[in-house]
Ligand binder design. Structure first.
Ligand code: HEM
Length: 444
């Protein structure tokens, strides 16, 4: 029989005993287990394949990049997430995923995003105008509205009314919350079915798909061009010249909303918190922003916001919105000291990896210059906010542009301050900020 070599195994009983506390917040447990076992550890649930969790950058690159063909997304994404938010790029595997990725990738090329920047910038300005000066504000809801609106307007330009977009936002958020419950408390699945909760949420899925179907039908009937993502997706052709049918389009649009709004909202909230907490760093950002010629177009401004970008990158190191990802081994594999069996579920904790002293000196310190021209070569090998390999985030350029323009718009108008020295996070599908507030004073 083949011998497999796994990292140190944590007894499954330890997990079962603490399951309800782990379900609430797995981060402290991951931290403890890594401290006890090293950069990788594993757990073997009864009757199920081995689970291995790692914070090792070489293993991350092996799974996500070097030998990515041997790894698929797990059922958490391909089955459960897709049940609620569609079978699209984020949640599919294999040939289907590759065909969709090739089709959609061109819509996210720098040149295409450049065409969307007008919409993105207008949407950000409108949201920033709504911020009440002289008040302490809970930032996440604000950033969440901003990020949802940016994706919504980039997809549908001005076709949609605000009320319908809000309804879609509420549904998507409710579905994601339910999904997290289902994943963390699988033993309640039977109850969800009997109590009608499952049926209620499937109704929400149907409602969200109907909203999108109406948008698409309306657009197909329109003769005008809208210069938005929906136009690009409608016109994108497969190798045989065909285009996406409505159901495939709905899947992909839902995925863009899900993958693109909460992640960005989290990153923006953490970034503004860190700027509020470090006034000297905020001052440097303000100096950079104020030195910009306001008549420059968005792309030219983005190109000059170098320090602002470093702040965002450093914020995503400390608080990676996609804090973990998973893969399943399709075949036996070996890497480093380990040989793993087909079927092993692998988790890469970007959160722990980004905070590992082996990779980052004084890892808990907020130091944007880690990402300066001179230093960024050093950090590149250990930095995965957008994943790695062929499944790297398709919206990474879009997200960075959006975040840079948002920081610019906010610091132009406001000085941020905070009394919060420590903040709470909640690792759901993404790493969410909890109760993060800042005071917005008008810049004089
Ligand atoms: C700060 C913002 C964002 C972060 C941190 C982020 C992070 C990530 C990460 C880590 C992955 C890879 C997941 C894995 O390998 O399992 C991913 C995939 C993806 N992201 Fe993002 N993302 C962000 C914004 C966006 C935006 C704005 C969009 C689109 C509008 C987007 C669309 C996607 C899609 C479609 C995928 C799946 C790609 C594939 O598997 O081919 N993301 N994202």
């Amino acid at each position: 029989m083949k011998k497999y070599r796994y990292p140190k195994q944590i007894p499954f009983s330890k997990f079962v005993l603490k399951s309800s506390t782990i379900a609430k917040n797995p981060l402290p447990f991951h931290k403890q287990f890594f401290a006890d076992a090293g950069d990788s550890f594993c757990v073997k649930p009864f009757m199920n394949p081995m689970i291995m969790l790692t914070r090792d950058a070489e293993i991350a690159k092996h799974i996500l990049q070097k030998n990515h063909k041997n790894y698929h997304k797990s059922e958490l994404q391909s089955k459960y997430l897709s049940r609620y938010v569609g079978h699209g790029l984020l949640t599919s595997n294999g040939d289907y995923w590759l065909r969709q990725r090739r089709l959609i990738q061109p819509a996210f090329h720098r040149k295409k995003i450049q065409n969307l920047l007008g919409i993105v910038s207008d949407t950000i300005d409108k949201q920033v105008q709504q911020i009440t000066a002289g008040k302490t504000i809970d930032m996440y809801p604000l950033m969440n509205d901003l990020a949802f609106d940016v994706v919504g307007r980039s997809l549908f330009n001005y076709q949609t009314d605000a009320k319908t977009l809000k309804r879609l936002q509420a549904i998507i958020e409710e579905l994601q919350l339910f999904l997290v419950k289902e994943i963390r408390m699988p033993y309640k699945r039977g109850w969800y079915k009997i109590s009608g909760k499952m049926a209620y949420h499937m109704k929400l899925v149907a409602e969200s798909r109907k909203i999108l179907s109406d948008f698409i039908e309306e657009r197909r009937a329109s003769e005008e061009s809208h210069d938005d993502l929906l136009d690009m997706l409608l016109n994108a052709t497969y190798e045989d010249g065909s285009t996406m049918d409505n159901q495939t389009l709905i899947d992909e649009i839902l995925i863009l909303f899900v993958a693109g709004h909460e992640t960005t909202a989290n990153a923006l909230t953490f970034t503004f918190h860190l700027l509020a907490k470090h006034p000297e760093i905020q001052d440097k950002v303000v100096k950079e922003v104020m030195s910009l010629d306001e008549n420059l177009d968005s792309l030219a401004r983005i190109d000059q916001l170098k320090y602002t970008k470093q702040c965002i990158e450093e914020s995503m190191r400390l608080y990676p919105p996609a804090w973990i990802t998973d893969r399943v081994a399709l075949d036996d594999d070996s890497f480093g000291d380990y040989t793993i069996k087909k079927g092993t579920l692998l988790g890469v904790s970007f959160y722990e990896l980004h905070r590992h002293p082996k990779y980052f000196k004084d890892p808990l310190q907020f130091r944007p210059e880690r990402f300066s021209e001179e230093n960024k070569k050093e950090t590149a090998g250990y930095y995965f906010p957008f994943g790695a390999g062929p499944r790297l985030c398709i919206g990474n350029g879009f997200a960075l542009f959006e975040m840079m323009l948002s920081v610019e718009a906010v610091v132009r108008k406001f000085t941020l301050s905070t009394t919060q020295t420590e903040i709470e996070t909640n690792p759901l599908v993404t790493l969410k900020p909890v109760g993060v507030t800042a005071r917005f004073e008008p810049r004089t």
